[in-house]
Structure formats: structure tokens, C-alpha cells
Design a protein around this ligand. Structure first.
Ligand code: ATP
Length: 727
């Protein structure tokens, strides 16, 4: 053997190379004694192991890796889940009511079902009852003769020629038959007495007896495969959740890891808590096989429903707290689409909202109320057309309208007027996707930024006075008249219209700043969008929103854009909802545990009623927003609006002269005889509009005249609107 040169560096791991040592003489007795003593820390001497020394006793099982005592007592106490004294369904009014309602509904249904078929049942009963009577008499007589069983035994004894056995059997039969005939006689006597009593008694006795006896006889007389009553259900509308059903469903969702784990160990799916009633349905908490995440099952809601033979909106898998492999599978008594959502609490006559406190916003599949909050929050609503995002967003505004302190301003950039019903309580409202509305929406965002700056100064002032201990708006400051720190709700529906317009980039940047700054200052930004890609909704905005409601979306990208990165992977999947049929359903994130909820449905008529109450509350508080005059009195007009109306096409600036011609054409009675100078004078009060020199090429020559810029005009309109609304 050549010895490697130790001075040469190399990668060879010398520790594994067996060293050549001189042979050592081992005293076997000593070595065995040493091993038996099991000196701790001493490695077994492998080299000296031979057939004699190998211990072939079965290996002893190791003790528990983590002795339970290693875990602190208080942690153990916290982990010990005590079973509730009362069943889940009996622990809340909601549960009791749901159980009672379910049972009553079922009973009512069964009753009605059979009532309709009662003539058929009566005919069947009349047919089978006489047969039952004869069959009954025959059975009684056969019983009295005590031949059943005995006859065959006697025959067998006769065939074997065992006369004494035959005689014994017959003697036994005779003994039995004697007392049985007595019983029959007694029963016959009782029946005759009964019949006489019935014949002599009042008619209702006979009726009652017939009602009891005839159906009884009919059941004795009917063939085994022909029941008198029809089956009420086919049994696949509601399946009581059983461990077997859950196991079968989970092994049918095509998750390889579940199937292979169950193939190896049928108990790989376990239930840490018994399956129990929970609201109008049953809840199974399931521990999936090792390594399978509950979110993988949540994503296969459709397959799960198919495996259970139930409509999809009856099956609600969710990730459960504890660990990632724990699934909470709730199966309703009926599909959510057939469960009547309770009326929105905001519709109640006395409903009032304090924006500093939670208010009812949605319901879970179990019809539990889910509360939402607005202060110190920004909201993002996303979903494809028909998912119900406009309605959900409007619901927040309706809630805000019931807090008279709240100032509501916003833009609906779709232009259909879904929010027009809120106009009486809004200080600013724009509707449309034309350039003018987009420009106003942009100017509004700029104003919001300024407002945030103003508010931060005010907060600083109040903080110095000790009135803003956390340097943010408090309920007291919000209520303090003149503090300028009341809740300001700024909303934008279909924001993608603005973000993809020429104002988009700048608007996105400013809005991001407002979102970051505004939370503590009482500025609440609410955004609704249909296309949540990064051009339509800058990531800077999505990142800074803390409350999200993702309604039906088409794909994972849209889902994660609204609910946040990895939401889809974590099992928060709004892709499972169908637009239109499941309108209003979505995943709510940011308010406690993320969950699937359905926003309360308030149609436009009902919304009108809420707004009327909001107006009354605001009138009492002296806080009704002041509206631009033209909204109150239709025929009134304003020179700024008229200028916007007659503005020549896409021109960035226009001569006064041209504009005057347009004005005269629009309203001859009001503008007849106007010249450039008159327009300049009329525009004086509006600081934002500056009359400047505007150059034009006319017939090849450059001509300069007095005129105004379009951008200035739009800013002046926005500024005026805000002033009018009493800001
Ligand atoms: N919570 C709800 N419960 C039941 N139905 C609802 C709910 N919300 C909305 N809907 C129904 O869904 C329809 C569509 O709602 P909505 O207009 O809010 O959708 P959208 O997502 O804004 O669609 P689009 O982008 O086309 O406007 C509504 O007309 C309404 O009938």
C-alpha cells in the first residue's frame, strides 16, 4: 500500500480511510463484559464483533422523543381542548334557531308531502287491511298449534326411526299448544269485548280504533316490497357529514399524497374533533395526511362537492387554525343560494353607524354576521363583471352615510349611475369615463393629498394639546366641530379607467401617498376595480391597502393581486365563485380570519331608504353636504360648465373668441353679445383659470389672441365643486 504524500493538499476525506494498524490481541471476555456494562459515551467496538458477540435480541423500542413533561404546564393547559358542555348547535341562539328551523322545515315538508298523497294511501290501506286480517289470524293459529320448528324435527326423528324422540317432541308441542290456545282464547275474548264496547260506545271510539287498527292490519297485509307511503326524498340533497363520507370525498379529489397515504394507512385522515352540527349544517375538522396542505383541498372545492354529490355552494372547505394540514369542512343543510340571507341590519329603522365601531357587512355561509370597519382602513374591492363588487362597495358608503360626521366624495368611472342614489349625502360625486370626469377624479386625488397635508398639521396641533395621544384621529376629534378631522371617505369605482388614462401614472403615485398618509388622518380610501393587473392598479396601492374583498375572479393572478401575494397558495381562492349566480360572494381579508363571505344585498330602492334616513340624521346634526346648484335646480347653469360643454374637441387651449361663439350657440339668451373681454371678466373669480395669450396658425400665419387652457378650466370646476360642498 502506498502512503499518500501528506504534504500534498487534496480533497480526499482521510477520516474514512481505514488506517493500517498493527494487529491487537483482544481478550473476548473483557470485551463482552465491557459491552454488557454499556459504558455511556463509549462507541461499540465494531472491529471485535463476531458471530458469538452479536446480540440478536429484538431491538428495544425507544422512549418518546419528546416527553410530555418537557412542555411547560401552562402551555399544555392551553393546548388541552375541552369538549363543550353543550353541543355546538345548542350553544348559541343562532344554532338553536337554525336547528329548530331546519327540523320544522323538514317536518312541514314531510307532512305536506304525505297529505297530498293521503287518498292514495287510504286506498292502499283499504286493500291491504283485510289481507292483513286474514294473514294475522292465520299466523295466530299457526302459533297456537306450536307446529313451527317442531314438525320438521318430528319428521326427522320419524325418518331416523327414533320413536322416543318423536314422542318427546310431540309431548313438548302439546304442552306448548295447550297454553297457547288459552292465550288465543283470552285474546279472542278481549277482542270480542272490545268490539262490543266499540259498538256500544261513542262513534269517535270506533273511528280512533279504525285509525289505529286498519293501518296496522294494512302493514301486515302489504307485500314486503310495496310500502304504503311513498318515499319522501331520494336522499341526496343533504348528506349528514360522516367520517366515512369525508374520507371518501377526500380520496376522490385527486390529490396523490392523500390517496397514497390512505392506501398505506386507512387512518391517515383523522378527526381531532367529532363532526358536529354548526349553524345550519355540519362541521368536520379534519387532519389531512402528513404533508398535505388544507389549501390544496380548498382549491378543489368543485371536486369535493362532486365527490359528495352536492351542489358546490353547499360545500365549504376552509383552512383551519392549528396547522396547515388542518381542514375545516362545513357542509350546509342546503345550498347557500337557497338559504335566505337575513336582511341587512343597515335597513333597520333605527340603524345608525359609528364609523369608529364595526358594522354588519356580510354573512358567512353559516349565515353568521361578519362585521366590517372603516376607520384607519383602506379598502380594495375586486372582481369580474357581475361579481357584485359595486354593490359591496356601495354598502360601505351606505354605512358611512349613516354616520353624520362622515364626508363622502367619490367617482364612479363606469358611468352607469350605481351610486347616484347616494348623491344627497355626497359632497362630491362624479360619474362617467369621459375626459372631463377623469380629470376631475384626478384633481380630486391631488386635493386629497393636500387635504392629508392639512390634516397632518391639525393632528400635530391636537397632539400638542394632548388630544391625539396616538397622533391619529380619535372619535372625539372626529366629532369636534371645526377640527377638520372628521372621517373623509374617498371612493373610486372602476379605478382602472383612471389608471389607464393619461392621468394614470401621476394619479397612481399620488394615491399611493394618500393611502400611506391618510389612514391615521381619518382619510379612508375605497377602491373598486375590475381588472387588477399592475397597469390598472399600481402595486404600490395594493400593497398599502389593509382590507380586501375579492369577489369572483377568473384566475390566480387577479386573485393574488387583490388578496395579496400567495393568497391563492394559502387557499384563499375567490376563483371558486361564479359571477352572477354567486354575486356578492368573495374572500374577505384583513378583518380577522380571512374567510368566504357574502356581502349583504341592498338593492337601489332599499339603498334609497337608507339614504333618506342618512339625510335626516345629517340634517339633525347640521351636516348635510351643500350641493352644486345645478343638481338642486335643473335649469340653472354655470359658465365653467358651459365652457366645458362647448370646448372644441381635444384642443389643449382655446381662444375666448371661439368659446364665446360656442356659448352664444349653447344659450343665446344668457350669452348673447358676449365678447372675449366679457368672458375674461366672468372668469376673474376663478383663480385657477388664467386668461393667457394663445397662438394659432390661421392660413399659414401665426395669430395670437386671449384664451384659456383646458386643464385650468377643469381644475376650476373641481375647485368650485369642493367649495360648494361646504369645504
Ligand atoms: N350581495 C349580493 N347578494 C345577491 N346578489 C347580489 C349581491 N351583490 C350583487 N348582487 C347582484 O349581482 C348583480 C351585479 O352586481 P354588481 O353590479 O355589483 O356587479 P359588478 O361586479 O360591479 O359588475 P360590473 O363590473 O359589471 O358592474 C347585481 O345586479 C345584483 O343583482
Amino acid at each position: 500500500m502506498t502512503t499518500p504524500d501528506r504534504n500534498q493538499p487534496d480533497d480526499f476525506d482521510r477520516t474514512t480511510e481505514p488506517e493500517t494498524t498493527d494487529a491487537e490481541v483482544v481478550d473476548l471476555e473483557t470485551a463482552r463484559a465491557r459491552r454488557a456494562a454499556g459504558t455511556p459515551g463509549e462507541a461499540p467496538d465494531d472491529e471485535i464483533e463476531d458471530a458469538e458477540t452479536v446480540d440478536d435480541a429484538p431491538p428495544a423500542e425507544g422512549g418518546p422523543v419528546d416527553a410530555a413533561e418537557d412542555i411547560p404546564h401552562e402551555v399544555l393547559l392551553r393546548q388541552r381542548e375541552r369538549r363543550p358542555i353543550l353541543a355546538e348547535w345548542a350553544r348559541s341562539w343562532r344554532g338553536i334557531k337554525a336547528a329548530a328551523k331546519h327540523q320544522t322545515k323538514d317536518a312541514g315538508y314531510v307532512l305536506a308531502y304525505h297529505a297530498v298523497r293521503s287518498p292514495k294511501y287510504a286506498a292502499k290501506t283499504a286493500m291491504w287491511a283485510p289481507l292483513g286480517l286474514f294473514r294475522g289470524i292465520g299466523q295466530a293459529l299457526r302459533w297456537a298449534t306450536a307446529e313451527e320448528g317442531n314438525w320438521h324435527l318430528r319428521q326427522a326423528a320419524a325418518q331416523r326411526g327414533e320413536a322416543d324422540v318423536w314422542l318427546k317432541l310431540d309431548a313438548r308441542r302439546q304442552r306448548q299448544t295447550t297454553w297457547r290456545w288459552w292465550v288465543i282464547a283470552l285474546a279472542a275474548a278481549l277482542i270480542v269485548t272490545g268490539l262490543v264496547a266499540l259498538a256500544l260506545g261513542p262513534a269517535w271510539w270506533r273511528l280512533l280504533a279504525a285509525l289505529v287498527v286498519v293501518p296496522f292490519l294494512a302493514t301486515r297485509g302489504r307485500p314486503a316490497d310495496k310500502p304504503i307511503t311513498d318515499r319522501v326524498s331520494e336522499g341526496n340533497r343533504y348528506r349528514k357529514l360522516t367520517a366515512e363520507l369525508v374520507r371518501r370525498a377526500l380520496t376522490s379529489v385527486q390529490i396523490g399524497a392523500i390517496n397514497s397515504a390512505v392506501a398505506k394507512d386507512p387512518k391517515a385522515i383523522t378527526f381531532p374533533v367529532d363532526i358536529h352540527r354548526d349553524g345550519p349544517g355540519h362541521l368536520a375538522i379534519v387532519d389531512l395526511p402528513y404533508g398535505v396542505e388544507a389549501s390544496e383541498v380548498v382549491a378543489r372545492r368543485g371536486r369535493l362537492a362532486s365527490a359528495m354529490r352536492l351542489p358546490m355552494d353547499q360545500v365549504w372547505p376552509e383552512t383551519a387554525p392549528g396547522h396547515t394540514g388542518r381542514l375545516a369542512l362545513w357542509v350546509g343543510y342546503e345550498p347557500a343560494s337557497e338559504m335566505k340571507q337575513p336582511a341587512c341590519p343597515l335597513l333597520a329603522e333605527a340603524a345608525k353607524v359609528d364609523l369608529f365601531k364595526p358594522f354588519a357587512f356580510a354573512t358567512t355561509p353559516k349565515l353568521d354576521q361578519v362585521m366590517a370597519e372603516m376607520m384607519y382602513r383602506n379598502w380594495l374591492f375586486g372582481g369580474q363583471p357581475g361579481s357584485g363588487k359595486t354593490f359591496a362597495l356601495r354598502l360601505l358608503l351606505l354605512a358611512a352615510s349613516l354616520d353624520p360626521r362622515a364626508e363622502i366624495r367619490g367617482y364612479e368611472l363606469k358611468g352607469v349611475g350605481d351610486f347616484a342614489v347616494l348623491e344627497p349625502v355626497m359632497a362630491e360625486y362624479g360619474n362617467g369615463f369621459d375626459d372631463e370626469t377623469l380629470a376631475r377624479a384626478f384633481a380630486f386625488i391631488e386635493w386629497l393629498y393636500e387635504e392629508a397635508r392639512r390634516r397632518s398639521k391639525r393632528i400635530e396641533h391636537y397632539a400638542r394639546m394632548g388630544k391625539a395621544p396616538e397622533n391619529k384621529v380619535t372619535p372625539e376629534l372626529a366629532s369636534l366641530k371645526g377640527s377638520g378631522l372628521h372621517p373623509l371617505i374617498a371612493w373610486f369605482d372602476e379605478l382602472q379607467e383612471l389608471m389607464t388614462s393619461k392621468f394614470g401614472k401621476e394619479a397612481g403615485e399620488i394615491l399611493e401617498k394618500v393611502i400611506k398618509l391618510g389612514r391615521a388622518l381619518g382619510i379612508i380610501i375605497i377602491i373598486g376595480t375590475q381588472i387588477p393587473d399592475k397597469d390598472s392598479l399600481p402595486t404600490g396601492i395594493t400593497r398599502n391597502v389593509n382590507s380586501r374583498f375579492c369577489l369572483s375572479v377568473a384566475d390566480q393572478t387577479a386573485n393574488d393581486m387583490i388578496l395579496g401575494t400567495s393568497a391563492y397558495k394559502q387557499g384563499l381562492r375567490a376563483t371558486v365563485f361564479q359571477p352572477v349566480t354567486e354575486a356578492g360572494w368573495g374572500v374577505l381579508r384583513g378583518l380577522g380570519k380571512p374567510q368566504s363571505v357574502r356581502s349583504f344585498y341592498v338593492d337601489t330602492t332599499a339603498a334609497g331608504r337608507i339614504v333618506a334616513r342618512a339625510v335626516a340624521l345629517r340634517t339633525a346634526a347640521g351636516n348635510v353636504p351643500v350641493f352644486p346648484a345645478e343638481r338642486d335646480v335643473a335649469p340653472q347653469h354655470h359658465v365653467l360648465d358651459d365652457l366645458a360643454r362647448v370646448w372644441p374637441g381635444d384642443e389643449k387651449s382655446a381662444w375666448n373668441e371661439t368659446l364665446c361663439a360656442g356659448l352664444v350657440e349653447l344659450r343665446p339668451d344668457a350669452y348673447e353679445g358676449w365678447e372675449a373681454a366679457q368672458l375674461t371678466a366672468a372668469l376673474k373669480p376663478f383663480a385657477a383659470v388664467k386668461v393667457v395669450d394663445v397662438g394659432r396658425r390661421v392660413e399659414g400665419k401665426s395669430v395670437t389672441r386671449r384664451g384659456i387652457r383646458h386643464a385650468d378650466l377643469l381644475s376650476a370646476i373641481a375647485e368650485r365643486d369642493r367649495k360648494r360642498s361646504g369645504d
